[in-house]
Design a protein around this ligand. Sequence first.
Ligand SMILES: [Zn+2]
Length: 199
Amino acid sequence: VRTIAKPVAKLIDEFSRLPGIGPKTASRLTFYLLRTPKEQALALADALRELKEQTVFCSTCFNIAEASPCPICRDESRDRSIICVVEEPLDVLAIERTREYKALYHVLHGAISPVEGIGPDKLKIHELLERLKVEPVKEVLLATNPNLEGEATAMYLARLIAPLGLRVTRLALGLPVGGDLEYADEVTLTRALEGRREM
Ligand SMILES: [Zn+2]
């Protein structure tokens, strides 16, 4: 006997798939939305639809944008000789917030993780190397997270890029080890950018 309406069970199930949301929170969110005025709940549905239908990955840097190339890649005032390599689009936001960095990015969409079965081929590494061949880049700043996967990815990239004769730098230590770039405060991130070291 089904004791719970099908649409309710379905939404609880969908919420449960989200990172950091267990079955309890999924139920709470679902019942909150049940009590919410219809317009407000449907605004959430619209926002979700627009998120998927009105965003694209920039074909150059693979950041998320409303159009490709993204505003950062199109920005003529940016220094085109430096590419900052990050794991996720959220890391671009974190670095942009510092207002210290006025050059380009490349979003890998993850980090190398043998445990999770993520090899270099699953990341935008090939695309990065292609960019380095055609763009007037002088420095590649590796800003992957200061954890095991991020360090492994930085080492891997440094080895690939070194033969191209480009300067390869890494964000300075001082970022909390094991942490995520996106959670670093602006002061820490600014220092990490200023104190970047050669690899
Ligand atoms: Zn872009």
